[in-house]
Design a protein around this ligand. Sequence first.
Ligand code: SF4
Length: 87
Amino acid sequence: MAKFMLEHDRPNCIGCGACAAVTPEFWVMDDDGKSDIKNSKHIKNEKGEIVLETLEVSEADFPKNKEAAESCPVNVIHIKKDNEKII
Ligand code: SF4
């Protein structure tokens, strides 16, 4: 079965709120004004800042996260299918 990996380039998120409005099952706004993928893995730099959030999602959850990605005005939401970037 195909594996879908949702990725959020969090440092470049402008906090517009579109992803959380479109796909609240997976996206939430944080206190610092940026969005988060719920229950995601956080990849941090040496200063402890989050540089990337990732979450494996099922094929069934791909369409709604595709919608979130397409709603992002600065293209910081990406999805990989079997390790290949499709969005
Ligand atoms: S839609 Fe993009 S810029 Fe807006 S909050 Fe979500 S990730 Fe950030």
